[in-house]
Design a protein around this ligand. Structure first.
Ligand SMILES: NC(=O)c1ccc[n+]([C@@H]2O[C@H](COP(=O)([O-])OP(=O)(O)OC[C@H]3O[C@@H](n4cnc5c(N)ncnc54)[C@H](OP(=O)(O)O)[C@@H]3O)[C@@H](O)[C@H]2O)c1
Length: 164
């Protein structure tokens, strides 16, 4: 099964100038808890945007168009099909970004782990695609208020793909 995990602002923004929009330690903890021990798949830009790459305790797969390009500590794949095949048979593998890869993987994913950050960034340059009600069923939502370490209120949501 393939899942997507992402933090999305109110205006569907997810990134700016190659980086995340804000630092939310509770969301990073949540991300680590959900993905540890599993496979994480990402685009080349997201791989290099990680403060520490590859992500420890996870199988890292990086998607690139550049044939033969290699990534230290990670497996390279050169097409979407190759990436999907690389995780066939895994109980749950995660797409962790970025915008370009999320857009292409929505139709291949069965579950979404969305952190809704209750704030908007007008200067963002990377966005998540629309989560359509008719395609995705909200299965849980857990709201947390801002605190001294997490500057914005946020809600951990999960969605399952509806049977079509
Ligand atoms: N909010 C969040 O949860 C979250 C999570 C992750 C990332 N982000 C943010 O998202 C931004 C990065 O996203 P992005 O859209 O710019 O880049 P990206 O999706 O991380 O990576 C794009 C790169 O992936 C490769 N690629 C994508 N589709 C491909 C395909 N079908 N076949 C072969 N290669 C393919 C290409 O690499 P080559 O150029 O090497 O060919 C492409 O340039 C950053 O700002 C990051 O901080 C946010």
């Amino acid at each position: 099964m393939i899942s997507i995990i992402v933090a999305i602002a109110e205006n569907y923004a997810i990134g700016r100038k190659g980086d995340l929009l804000c630092h939310m330690p509770e969301d990073l903890k949540h991300f680590k808890q959900i993905t540890s021990g599993k496979t994480v798949m990402m685009g080349e830009r997201t791989f290099f945007s990680l403060p520490k790459h590859p992500l420890p305790n996870r199988r890292n797969i990086v998607l690139t168009d550049v044939q033969g390009k290699a990534f230290e500590g990670a497996e390279a794949v050169y097409s979407l099909d190759e990436m999907i095949n690389a995780v066939k048979g895994e109980e749950e593998a995660f797409v962790i970004g970025g915008g370009m890869v999320y857009r292409q993987m929505m139709e291949h994913a069965d579950k979404l782990y969305i952190t809704r950050i209750h704030h908007s960034w007008e200067d963002a340059d990377t966005f998540f695609p629309e989560i359509k009600e008719e395609e995705w069923e909200l299965t849980s939502a857990e709201r947390h208020e801002a605190d001294d370490k997490n500057p914005y209120a946020y809600t951990f949501c999960t969605y399952n793909k509806r049977n079509r």
